[in-house]
Design a protein around this ligand. Structure first.
Ligand code: SF4
Length: 327
């Protein structure tokens, strides 16, 4: 090996990324971890970085500018979706391009990821790993230390920044080898991978509805995806809180939206975007349907921007509730 190299490691804080750091550190490579923060993958990597004694650069993608970029990508991913509404290949390319800028700024020699060959069918096959490398313009600068010995030799190895013989040959979905290695390194790690909300079925249903009906999606809209039961009546969206915590969050996130709450019985807080005469009645009735008065008639519901109006209404039956549910 020629000189002490410097690497940027894509660092989710999950086991694979921890191992990628460890493997490089063992080769005496100076590692900087880069972690992306977004409304969709909100996990912090600070604790993991601290344990590895590695410098951490956090890139915040949760502001409106980055949300716009992310939403455009999610609306029409060039390389399709995974099992839910996760545009993983496009997403990885986007994050690697951002990491490339950090690499240049930090004068690092290459970027490494914790990707493992064939661990994920959508984005970690040999072909997809090659595609991601090509599309992110990192042909000579991208290393996957956990599977490197099963992949073509990279420029990073050829130039002697790392010793290929000391890199690994992991592949497949079973994580036994990773766990054994974690034991060897005495690494404590969070529950396996994932954590991205776009991979969750329930969120995906709500997300597809949001993409279909809303052009200018903001952070608040994404936060609302994580809570409540969602209903759709044309342009109007109704979100019914499922518990005390969600009710509070709904009040916190309501902008100019209308709120609904039962006046005299315990029940949900409901949010309504785009109120119309017809939908106000449906939102009020849904509020009754999920309250302690769901079997009663003429239940009084407070509503309005400041809950300063009131209406007496019957609950919807199960069939009606199902009809409006986002699916
Ligand atoms: S799982 Fe989520 S964060 Fe990870 S690559 Fe896919 S879309 Fe991006």
């Amino acid at each position: 090996m020629k000189k002490k190299a410097k690497a940027i490691v894509m660092f989710s804080g999950g086991l694979d990324s921890l191992l990628a750091v460890k493997i490089l550190q063992e080769q005496n490579i100076k590692v900087i971890a880069i972690h992306f923060i977004s409304s969709f993958f909100p996990k912090s990597a600070r604790d993991s970085a601290k344990k590895l004694k590695v410098k951490l650069i956090e890139v915040d993608l949760s502001d409106d500018k980055h949300i716009k970029e992310f939403i455009e990508m999610t609306r029409k991913p060039r390389f399709g979706y995974g099992s839910a509404v996760n545009p993983c290949i496009d997403c990885k390319i986007m994050m690697l391009k951002k990491a490339k800028q950090v690499m240049e700024k930090e004068k690092a020699d290459f970027i490494a990821t914790g990707e493992v060959l064939n661990e994920r069918p959508m984005s970690q096959t040999r072909e997809k790993l090659g595609l991601i490398e090509l599309e992110s313009n990192l042909q000579s600068k991208l290393l996957r230390p956990l599977s490197a010995r099963l992949l073509d030799e990279t420029e990073v190895e050829k130039k002697g920044f790392v010793d290929r013989k000391k890199l690994l040959a992991m592949q497949g979905r079973r994580r036994i080898q990773q766990m054994e290695l974690a034991k060897k390194y005495k690494l404590k790690y969070p529950t396996p991978a994932g954590g991205c909300l776009l991979c969750e079925k329930e969120i995906a249903i709500k997300m597809r509805d949001l993409l279909r009906y809303k052009q200018n999606i903001k952070k608040r809209d994404l936060e609302l995806l994580k809570i409540g039961r969602h209903f759709r009546v044309d342009k109007s969206k109704i979100i019914v809180g499922r518990n005390e915590q969600e009710n509070k969050k709904i009040i916190e996130l309501a902008n100019n939206d209308w709120l609904f709450e039962p006046k005299d019985v315990p029940g949900p807080t409901t949010l309504l975007e785009h109120p119309t005469q017809q939908v106000i009645k449906i939102a009020a009735a849904l509020t009754v349907s999920f309250s302690d008065a769901k079997d009663k008639k003429n239940v009084e519901i407070n509503y309005g921007r400041n809950l300063n109006k009131s209406i007496k209404i019957n609950p919807l039956n199960k069939k009606e509730v199902e009809k409006y549910k986002v699916k």
